[in-house]
Design a protein around this ligand. Structure first.
Ligand code: 48H
Length: 257
């Protein structure tokens, strides 16, 4: 019967993907612009990459532009990333490029998938696995049950784990709440600073880094973790942070065979 063949095809394909995802070279937590670029670049470099996205569709903040207007603005410095992922753009003047938000979100997503990244949606990271002082994996649960029902999570391991969860910096905060990462700097409490688009864009790229053994940060999670200014609805820094973190991870973890 066709109905059950359809069900079987979905169940078998999904469970093969889930089984693969249990051990990856890199776990990208969050499918926003920085996470998607990182996933695409790392998959191109030959690493096995799993992307965990708590919502139904990846793309993060890209879809909403400003005030829900679905236009993304990218500055000159990040145009190479648009070209790399085949995203069309038009001149917005003053070194800015105008991109249809849906095209950016779907091209980044398609680029990452076609380069080999595996996506699990409706899958929320709720914790990190730490062994001998190093983050070695992500503890994930279905986002629809998280906090609603007493359902235990499952652990997925990665030689590198990326916190690309945006403003939430979910994995960093899992470490902070246990006193494993600082919540304050000598200048005061750490956390996102007030708006300054140029400074915020620079801060994100320059501070994309490994913040705890095995745990890297990219995109807005950089500002949320290290206290950089927010930048509002401009996305070039997010794309470049994704490129940067892929380079850093590639340099640090063992090259794929
Ligand atoms: C799985 C999760 C979890 C979780 C969240 O917010 P994002 O778009 O992330 P970035 O950093 O790539 O881009 C930030 C940009 O969109 C933005 O917000 C800007 C530029 N703001 C500036 C300003 O001034 O406000 O995407 C993060 C993704 C989303 O898809 C979430 O659903 C997902 O991560 N996510 N996925 N497990 N625990 N938490």
């Amino acid at each position: 019967m066709q109905d059950t063949r359809i069900s079987r095809a979905i169940a078998e394909a999904y469970h093969a993907k889930l089984t693969d995802a249990i051990e990856s070279d890199v776990i990208v937590t969050g499918g926003g612009p920085s996470g998607l670029v990182a996933a695409g670049k790392l998959a191109s470099a030959g690493f096995s990459v799993t992307v965990l996205e708590k919502r139904l569709a990846p793309g993060g903040g890209v879809w909403a532009g400003a005030l829900g207007m679905n236009i993304a603005i990218i500055q000159d410095e990040a145009v190479d990333v648009l070209e790399d992922f085949g995203v069309g753009h038009s001149d917005g003047g003053h070194g800015l490029h105008v991109v249809e938000a849906g095209e950016l979100a779907s091209a980044l997503c398609m680029g990452a998938i076609q380069r080999g990244a595996k996506f699990l949606n409706l899958m929320a990271a709720e914790d990190v696995a730490v062994h001998n002082g190093r983050v070695v994996g992500v503890v994930a649960n279905q986002s629809m049950v998280l906090g609603q029902l007493p359902v235990d999570p499952m652990t997925m391991s990665g030689a590198a784990v990326l916190d690309a969860t945006g403003h939430d910096a979910t994995l960093v905060n899992c470490l902070r709440k246990r006193g494993l990462m600082p919540t304050e700097s000598p200048d005061g409490p750490l956390g996102e600073g007030p708006m300054d688009a140029d400074a915020g864009e620079r801060f994100v790229v320059e501070n994309t880094s490994e913040v705890f053994p095995g745990l890297w940060i990219s995109g807005m999670a950089v500002c949320a973790t290290l206290g950089g200014p927010r930048m509002g609805p401009i996305f070039g820094g997010m794309l470049l942070s994704g490129v940067r973190v892929a380079e850093l991870i590639t340099d640090t973890i063992k090259q794929p065979a």
